[in-house]
Design a protein around this ligand. Structure first.
Ligand SMILES: O=C(O)CCC(=O)C(=O)O
Ligand SMILES: [Fe+2]
Length: 338
């Protein structure tokens, strides 16, 4: 990085460094959320007229309660996005493609059948996941993209789609198995889909209600701790820490405000993971889960190489001609598929 170059910080690469510094470190939650709202307003103004039909943001009326729930508490169950047959197809697909090992000291890329017993996770990357036919279909689901765009307040961009197994391996909670908040963008929303049955023992996802957005969280915390200025102030410092223990969370939030998502395979929910959440470490059985990350701005901390639709081996019935897609779908998927 040549700081004496007249182009310094004008080049996208330098600017990205600054942007990530704002996202990952420099700004506190009120500032991050404010920047999120401004970025949504900017993208809505500049992209909206080009991708919304008639230039206006619309969504399916049946999704209004989900949009409201996301705004108010930070998550919303949605009808299963995959059929049982599609879930079987997804299982079969991921048996045949390598994934990345992590946790328990494991690393490298292997097939599912070769996962060593100590591994905590195997992750399948976006480039692999997006070529799985039922996933490809879902990524192009205009109703889902419209719902998420309405929540974000701007045409949504898919920054990531991934599936992973987490295992009841020895050792304690690792990484995202501890409560944390995500900083993938200043404004974002994730879709989670369970691909195995998830009980209390098999690593349910958990979310602390109303922690996602400053406008929602501030009144809750003011009412709870407003009369104790020291605790109130410490709370906001604590919120900025990346990871938190269960004991810390339950000291500040009643159990009734911690939503634990159990449910049969197929269970699907949207969540704003800027709020506190974790994927509990499985104890009794492994868990297989699928996720789409939607944001307003591109994902700056990862450079995904988009796959060419025309080069994927997909069954007939799925649209693989990018030019034939609706502008909203084409825009939303552009970082992973071209
Ligand atoms: O495994 C889980 O349920 C949590 C995953 C998570 O933290 C995330 O996707 O941001
Ligand atoms: Fe997370």
């Amino acid at each position: 990085m040549d700081v004496f170059d007249p182009e310094f910080l004008r080049r996208m690469q330098d600017f990205e460094g600054f942007w990530l510094y704002l996202l990952k470190g420099a700004l506190d939650k009120p500032a991050r959320d404010a920047l999120g709202r401004s970025s949504a307003a900017f993208v809505a103004r500049s992209v909206g007229p080009k991708v919304f039909s008639g230039g206006q943001m619309t969504f399916d009326e049946r999704d209004r309660p989900a949009i409201k729930a996301l705004q108010k508490i930070g998550y919303a169950p949605v009808p299963n996005v995959f059929t049982d047959a599609e879930i079987e197809e997804i299982h079969r697909y991921f048996q045949g493609v390598p994934g990345a090992l992590s946790g328990g000291g494991a690393d490298g890329h292997v097939l599912l059948k070769d996962v060593p017993p100590n591994a905590g996770f195997i992750h399948f990357h976006a480039a692999t996941a997006c070529a799985c036919p039922p996933i490809y279909r879902l990524l192009h689901d205009e109703r889902l993209i419209s719902l998420v765009s309405a929540y974000l307040g701007a045409p949504a961009s898919i920054g990531l789609c991934t599936a992973w197994w987490s295992y009841p391996a020895p050792g304690g909670a690792e990484g995202m198995q501890m409560f944390h908040h995500d900083r993938g963008d200043f404004r974002s929303c994730n879709l989670f889909v369970y691909l195995t049955n998830v009980t209390e023992g098999s690593g349910p996802h958990a979310f602390v209600e109303r922690t996602h957005e400053m406008d929602v969280l501030l009144p809750v915390i003011s009412q709870r701790f407003g009369a104790q200025p020291e605790i109130f102030q410490r709370f906001w410092q604590w919120m900025e820490q990346h990871r938190k223990t269960d004991a810390e969370v339950l000291h500040l939030f009643p159990q009734s405000e911690v939503k634990v998502f159990t449910g049969p395979k197929g269970t699907s929910f949207l969540e704003d993971t800027r709020g506190l959440h974790k994927g509990t470490r499985p104890q009794t059985a492994p868990r297989f889960v699928f996720e789409i990350f939607f944001s307003v701005l591109p994902k700056f901390n990862e450079h995904i190489v988009p796959q060419r639709r025309s080069e994927l081996k997909l069954p007939a019935g799925l649209e693989t001609d990018t030019a034939k897609l609706s502008p909203l779908v084409r825009y939303a998927t552009r970082q992973i598929l071209v």
